[in-house]
Design a protein around this ligand. Sequence first.
Ligand SMILES: Nc1ncnc2c1ncn2[C@@H]1O[C@H](COP(=O)(O)OP(=O)(O)OP(=O)(O)O)[C@@H](O)[C@H]1O
Ligand SMILES: [Mg+2]
Length: 252
Amino acid sequence: MIEISQLSKKYGTFTAVDRLDLVVPKGELFGFLGPNGAGKTTTMRMVAGILRPTSGTIRVAGLDLATDAVAAKARLGFIPDRPFIYEKLTGIEFMRFVAGLYAQEGPVIERRAAELLEAFDLTEWRDELVESYSHGMRQKLIISSAFVHRPDVIVVDEPMVGLDPKAARTLKDLFREYTRRGHTIMMSTHTLEVAEGMCDRIAIIQRGIIRAQGTMAELRANAERGDEGLEDIFLRLTGDTVARDLVGVLDG
Ligand SMILES: Nc1ncnc2c1ncn2[C@@H]1O[C@H](COP(=O)(O)OP(=O)(O)OP(=O)(O)O)[C@@H](O)[C@H]1O
Ligand SMILES: [Mg+2]
């Protein structure tokens, strides 16, 4: 569903994403992990078609983003890490607005919007302006809006940030069920337990390069110890040794 080939992005002379190859098959919940500044957001913004690659190709549902952008984007929903929402819309109006971007409206959309708002405990806020929403409520509204038009592919950048435990559970269940029904989700996260618990496959990116990818079992097969968890694998691969001498840091 998502095919990324030799994808690079340079900001000036700095290479944020370096000849990245990645395939996410239909029906997969794919986890995209990596340290801060590794290139996750940059990659996902390119897949969503809102950032132009320096080189390389991206296909969504077989459609080349460079030559078939409109058709490709019609198959895709993107949930950014720092979303923009019109403050002067109500929750339900925002849902209709997003569906409208995909030329969808009517009773089916109304029903789905109502069900999604209910699932995320936003029903009583549906007619309130977004400007009165808390951080987590906005996040839940944005996530809901990506599902209302049922895109084949959802690309979502750090969806768990700011969600309370119940919303986090709802999101996990929704993502799992959505992929079980044959849709595809590519998700970045820093919450390794979440990735380990719910993703079919995982890629670990560092400094714009994929360091490892596969199922948890495949990643473990390359582990140094049989009991290595994702956190150990992640820290070993990214070479980000945890500051050994924190006392020294604090003494300075
Ligand atoms: N508009 C920009 N101009 C210049 N450099 C940028 C720009 N956007 C991102 N970068 C750089 O590209 C690199 C990758 O950034 P990116 O936001 O993709 O990382 P990330 O993996 O999403 O990190 P995080 O986990 O902190 O969200 C970083 O070094 C960042 O400083
Ligand atoms: Mg990011």
